[in-house]
Design a binder for this molecule. Structure first.
Ligand code: COS
Length: 393
């Protein structure tokens, strides 16, 4: 099924976005990878998306194009369009794409020229798989409560502790890892490190199986020695760096949810027009029309908030004064993921028994969408962020 592209005409987008969205919508329907093994499939998607140049939107171009990116800066609207279009076709393709961006985002934002040169071109080509390691067993929504620590050691640092729910865990080539460098300083005592997967003392072998399979693991750091050059961004500035990275990628999670919701709506429309019952089609019933109307409005409401968040960030970057879009990104992420869950549920209901049959698109979407309401800040965290912003305004 071909992804919809009419939204590309909205004034949020420039020519570059319209051309990008159309090109991907034309290419993606013919790409069919075997996804029965999620870990292998994820590697295959990274390879394919890298070879075809799509991962170049996960990193900036850099001086004379040396960092491999397609555009001068990370562009939120490009990320949103890419994720929406990929997720419409394959949520795993979207996952593979997104993690290249999220996992390298902090290097783009705060890496030294040497760190950027060592990682970003290979992320853009798909030759290095990236991951973002923030969460811990006792520090999910309360990210500042993390306990994994880095202690100064001769010439560098020693990491000890454990991270969990790490996407791409076990298949990544490097992990941008956030740890405590000052245990007593709360969110002001966190620093970021780039940990290569083959660093002695890092064990990523504990995989976590989830309802919509994708690579996920727990990381154990046991006297894991890192050189000073592995430290990323300002010392003790890691929490803000993590939040700034999430500010960019939360809007793109909304894009992914939107793609899944659009697919569910398209599946529902197709089914309603062809399914015969009581001497007419399902689409002839006013009850069906009302549901489809509700679904379409939920999709468009999510789309407008998502594109606004992405446009606001890009516009701030263009004008040279980065604006904080935390609340707008939170609104987009919360609304798009919650609305997508409802739209997909309604599409599944419309399919009747077929909706729960393994192998039906709406059945897999029903599982695929669920974790988006949790990761990169659960809906409740987004409510908290928006509420704080409202009180401060
Ligand atoms: N950009 C820049 N700075 C930010 C920021 C942002 N988006 N968000 C917070 N900060 C800064 C604050 O300004 C504050 O700075 P000062 O210490 O200078 O005052 C500092 O970071 C701490 O902020 P805050 O007090 O709001 O932190 P909290 O501990 O209350 O946590 C939430 C805030 C809950 C919003 C945060 O922990 C969060 O987003 N949690 C979810 C984490 C998440 O998404 N996990 C999933 C991991 S990826 S799968």
């Amino acid at each position: 099924m071909k992804p919809t592209t009419t939204h590309l005409g909205l004034p949020f987008f420039d020519t570059v976005h319209r051309e990008l969205g159309q090109r991907l919508a034309d290419w993606i329907p013919d790409q069919h990878l075997d996804e029965s093994d999620d870990r292998q499939a994820c590697k295959d998607w990274v390879k394919l998306l890298g070879e075809q140049g799509w991962l170049r939107y996960c990193v900036p171009a850099g001086p004379n194009g040396a960092l491999g990116g397609a555009l001068d800066k990370l562009d939120s609207r490009a990320l949103v369009i890419l994720r929406e279009t990929l997720a419409f076709h394959s949520p795993l393709a979207d996952f593979a794409f997104a993690m290249q961006g999220l996992g390298s985002g902090a290097i783009t934002l705060a890496g030294t020229p040497a760190q950027q040169a060592a990682y970003l071109p290979l992320v853009a080509s798909g030759e290095k798989i990236a991951a973002f390691a923030l969460s811990e067993a006792d520090a999910g929504s309360d990210a500042g409560a993390m306990a994994t620590s880095a202690a100064p050691a001769p010439g560098g640092w020693t990491l000890n502790g454990s991270k969990t729910w790490i996407s791409n865990g076990g298949i990544a080539d490097f992990y941008v890892t956030f740890v405590k460098t000052d245990a007593a300083a709360g969110t002001r005592g966190i620093s970021a490190f780039i940990v290569d997967a083959d660093t002695p003392g890092l064990d990523s072998s504990e995989h976590i199986a989830v309802m919509a399979p994708h690579p996920l693991a727990t990381l154990q750091f046991s006297d894991c020695r890192l050189a000073e050059a592995a430290r990323l961004g300002p010392l003790h500035g890691g929490f803000k760096l993590a939040m700034q990275t999430l500010d960019i990628f939360r809007a793109s999670v909304a894009g992914a949810a939107l793609g899944m919701a659009r697919r569910a709506l398209a599946e529902a429309v197709q089914h309603a027009k062809t399914r015969k019952m009581f001497g007419q089609t399902l689409a002839d019933f006013q009850l069906t029309q009302a549901k489809l109307g509700e679904m379409a409005a939920l999709v468009d409401a999510a789309a407008l908030l998502t594109y606004r968040a992405a446009w606001l960030r890009d516009e701030g970057e263009r004008l040279g004064h980065s604006v904080r879009v935390t609340a707008e990104a939170a609104m987009a992420k919360m609304t798009a993921t919650e609305n997508a869950q409802r739209v997909i549920d309604m599409a599944l209901q419309m399919h009747g028994g077929l909706g729960v049959k393994v192998g039906t698109k709406v059945e897999s979407l029903y599982r695929d969408i669920r974790s988006l309401r949790i990761y990169e800040g659960a809906t409740e965290v987004q409510q908290l962020i928006i509420g704080k912003a409202v009180l401060q305004s």
